[in-house]
Design a protein around this ligand. Structure first.
Ligand code: PEP
Ligand code: MN
Length: 375
């Protein structure tokens, strides 16, 4: 499925001036005029930064934490821009933020993860943007819900904003991991599949919550053909008022960017294209075979379902499932396939087999399952 959004290419609204990749950098929060302006100067001097970010109004999880410096920060951003030439970007969460940011000449607005999760908030922002021509970037919602993310992009686009991008900043997860927010790359890839012309910018700072992991996530984002990075950078991260653990100095930011391996999604070199085309042909043939074999497997599953029904046997026979799993994982390992991948794949196939058999055993139960899977 493809989604129809009216989007202008990234290079029509942001001037990278040959910088690779697109990099939006700046402190999590504007704290003082000196901190913001000094950071901006160091960032501009790196020659790597395309736009300066700073939080002016901060959505904090708990009350009593630093909630942003407020409107005065917009004046500091104006000065930073005038002195460095860097375009500026801020987060907006209400109609009033939009009005103030636009009045102060902010160049790019973004919708934060907590706001994207709330359609009322997104609609309020969208309404305030009607008739305005400003680039807007929409962060993914805190929860891994692709529809909420898409819905927010649609609301902003319906308000007439065509300079649109998405920011992938990871998702809250109950499970503890090395990351502050789980990247769940597949959600961002699904968005890319749905709207291929929508630029996606990765935010490794909020994914990792840890400056030591930023380089790793940045490289992964580049490898997945994301269009740019938003990285929090502070003149002295250790004393930052917000997100101290994940901010990097402008010098560290330069190292991260210099060490990235940039890749080209497509190339004009015909020799490479021919080779790639040949390999893709091979993949296509194998994929066709895989589908054919899966369909054959399902036909046998149907026979088994009918047999079980005629003989009053249960659908799930745990010993049999264990046997399938262990034998196949061993085999897959010998062929150098990852155990986790094989297990997930077999589980998917097994679940579909069970669904098929449920359908055969009990037409009514089958319909309920069908409804549930398509809900
Ligand atoms: C931020 O960019 O500083 C921020 C608050 O991010 P998020 O909305 O992704 O949590
Ligand atoms: Mn932050």
């Amino acid at each position: 499925m493809k989604l129809n959004l009216n989007i202008q290419p990234l290079n029509t609204w942001i001037n990278k001036e040959g910088k690779q990749p697109l990099l939006i950098a700046g402190p999590c929060s504007a704290e003082t005029e000196d901190q913001l302006v000094a950071t901006a100067h160091l960032l501009a001097k790196t020659g790597k930064v395309t736009a300066l970010r700073a939080g002016i109004w901060k959505p904090r999880t708990r009350p009593g934490e630093f909630e942003g410096i407020g409107s005065i920060g917009l004046e500091w951003l104006k000065r930073a821009k005038a002195e460095t030439g860097l375009p500026t970007a801020v987060e907006v969460a209400t109609a009033k933020h939009v009005e103030e940011a636009l009045a102060a000449g902010v160049d790019i607005l973004w919708v934060g993860a907590r706001s994207t999760a709330n359609p009322f908030t997104v609609q309020e922002i969208a309404d305030a943007l009607k008739g305005v021509d400003v680039p807007v970037m929409v962060k993914n919602p805190v929860n891994p819900d692709l529809s909420l993310w898409v819905g927010a992009l649609e609301r902003i686009n319906n308000a007439g904003i065509t300079k649109l991008a998405a920011i992938h900043r990871g998702f809250s997860s109950y499970e503890k991991s090395a990351f502050r927010n789980e990247p769940m790359w597949d959600v961002a890839i699904s968005l890319k599949t749905l709207v291929p012309e929508l630029p996606i910018i990765n935010d490794p700072s909020h994914i990792t919550g840890n400056r030591d992991l930023i380089a790793y996530i940045s490289q992964k984002a580049i490898d997945l053909d994301m269009q740019g990075l938003m990285i929090e950078s502070h003149i002295d991260p250790t004393v930052a008022w917000t997100d101290a653990k994940q901010q990097v100095t402008p010098a560290a930011l330069t190292d991260i960017i210099n060490n990235l391996t940039l890749r080209k999604p497509e190339t004009r070199n015909t020799e490479i294209n021919d080779k790639l085309g040949e390999l893709r042909n091979q993949i296509d043939k194998i994929d066709d075979l895989l589908i054919q074999k899966l369909a054959e497997r399902m036909q046998i599953v149907e026979k088994i379902g009918n047999y079980k029904k005629d003989n009053n046997l249960t659908i799930l026979q745990v010993n049999r499932w264990d046997e399938i799993l262990h034998k196949r994982i061993g085999y897959a390992k010998a062929l150098k396939l990852g155990a986790e991948f094989t297990e997930k794949f077999l589980e998917l196939v097994h679940n579909e087999s069970i669904r098929k058999q449920t359908e055969i055993m009990n037409a009514e139960a089958g319909q309920v399952e069908e409804k549930l899977t398509h809900a």
